[in-house]
Design a protein around this ligand. Sequence first.
Ligand SMILES: Nc1ncnc2c1ncn2[C@@H]1O[C@H](COP(=O)(O)OP(=O)(O)O)[C@@H](O)[C@H]1O
Ligand SMILES: CC(=O)N[C@@H](CCC(=O)OP(=O)(O)O)C(=O)O
Length: 303
Amino acid sequence: MTDHSPDPAMLAKAETLTEALPYLQRYAGKTFVVKYGGHAMGDPELARDFAEDVVLLKAVGINPIVVHGGGPQIGAMLKQLGIESQFVGGLRVTDKATAEVAEMVLAGKINKEIVAWIAEAGGRAVGISGKDARLVTAEKVKRSEPDPNSGIERHVDLGFVGDPVHVDPSILHQLAKDGIIPVVAPVALGADGDTYNINADTMAGAIAAACNASRFFLLTDVAGVLSKDGDLQTDLDPAGIDALIKDGTISGGMIPKVETCVKAVERGVDAAVILDGRIPHGMLLEIFTRRGAGTLVRKNGRA
Ligand SMILES: Nc1ncnc2c1ncn2[C@@H]1O[C@H](COP(=O)(O)OP(=O)(O)O)[C@@H](O)[C@H]1O
Ligand SMILES: CC(=O)N[C@@H](CCC(=O)OP(=O)(O)O)C(=O)O
């Protein structure tokens, strides 16, 4: 006799789909900004999974906006060209030559690679930088650091490193309305006409705030914010982040990441999540299942 009992694997799939239903209903029509870090895009298999996730979001009525980095790739190109590079507080000191290389790698190479992965996954993407349609206007960053000898704060000149001071998201809304996924490279013009290299986390946060994004995801190469003992911090609020920066637990490239999350939630983004880009389809699991992953940053913690 034929066994007509349902296949448990198929049932589990159906359960996963029904578990997703309240999230599908809640997020339809909302904007999600996804920051795709240079470290997260190293593995082509994972990059394809990422592109599939973005296309799936669009297919279920969410408007994803991808803002990408490419720090390691810029570093490799600078090395090939024999140009030295240095970081201060997670930001690359950028002279004219470095700004040219950064734009070439970010807006030229990586941007179009991501557009191609999305096309391969069946989506339609348009790659732009902050320069296009004046999406982002930058201003030279103002940074100060304590002098190692005197401890007195002194100004550090980072060259052509920009802060996004104005975002005009109309081009993003237009693309989203036409069924297109915008892919944004973190390069912008200043009011002075100069080209500025912008930290991709900072760029993504400014765009998330300007678009009133419901969710802001930062995909990187660690599980999230880790404690000194290496434990994942699942929930943080601005005060908790401040304390972890002050005691040195958060350092390097994680500093602009968490600072961006704080700014974004203080400017109205519901929640920012620092996620492990090395987990296949990690973003989908975070969005559509009850199992949260990574570090969730909210203005008042996990309410
Ligand atoms: N407390 C911390 N928790 C997790 N990562 C940290 C922490 N402090 C510093 N980091 C560093 O921050 C890195 C992530 O930032 P970054 O290299 O700029 O990534 P991305 O290229 O994805 O933007 C991690 O790989 C880790 O080396
Ligand atoms: C000013 C500054 O630091 N700009 C970054 C832009 C790329 C970036 O942020 O890439 P990730 O997200 O992969 O780190 C840089 O030159 O590396």
